[in-house]
Write a protein that binds this ligand. Sequence first.
Ligand code: SD4
Length: 331
Amino acid sequence: MQRRTFLKNSATGTAGLVSSSVLASCGEMDKSVKALPQEMENVRPIVICTWDFHNASAKAWEVLKDGGSSLDAVEMGVKVEEADIENQTVGVGGRPDRDGKVTLDACIMDKNGNCGAVLCMQNIAHPISVARMVMEETPHVMLAGKGAEQFAMEQGFNKTDLLTEKSKKEWMEWKKTSKYQPIINIENHDTIGMLAIDKNGDLAGACTTSGMAYKLAGRVGDSPIIGAGLFVDNAVGAATATGVGEEVVRTVGSFLIVELMRQGKSPQEACEEGVKRIIEKNRNKLDFQIGFIAINKKGETGGYCIQPGFTYRTFSKAGHVNNPSDSYITS
Ligand code: SD4
């Protein structure tokens, strides 16, 4: 198995991280942030996202390098993919459910642990922005279906037909067999999960998707579920997922990875352990893809997946890189 070095952005281990997270959990978050290790000064700001979404990560970087917040960066970043009609896994142009309806899922989380999500929402092109409004403008965390759509309209979002001719044609072709079979690494661009640290050292994350193509009507995966598709803890780090959401939900994957980092694992080690938990439950049927990415408070990053083919982007002062992820299955 090809191995890359565990600690990507720093040669130092996780001792500093543990002590800052312990301090933070004792209610001394501000002090711990001020006491960030020197190497983080060199890394931040930084953005990391699933797959080779170079336009999205470049957009987020633009926000970060000008001193913008990590929350703005991840929202602006993933919106690029939501708007791209060529991307059939996110936003407009997404593949529909088995009834031909495009239903979108998204969530967002900020440095204070605030979060918002929309589930199974139709007719709105930017679910991530609606999720942010749920977080900022309502006393709730999640809005689903018609209620989410109604809320979005009330907030001034336009009604948009999300089903493109291309996705419609493919769906009609699919209906001839109606076989539900998630495809591993769909065209190498899939759900976008994005994590960022801004110049102040604060973390935020966003995740947005049209979900699994040809799913049952009403199906929701991991992507809008806080703790499963995304989790951010400003004292420790953040993680996000792509792949077959049911499996990520079953292990509460992103929360698990952040907790593993809290215990001292590097982002890379934590992602590997997260994937391992899923593998343990699926020893006899490893025919699906899951990819996790993670970042810790110091700006160290990692990623791991089940099947070969997953990549993730990082953008910092060190450059804009598409990182091939190590995988459990290697051929
Ligand atoms: C879901 N996790 O709805 C999403 C889809 C995805 O690779 O990431 N596909 O289950």
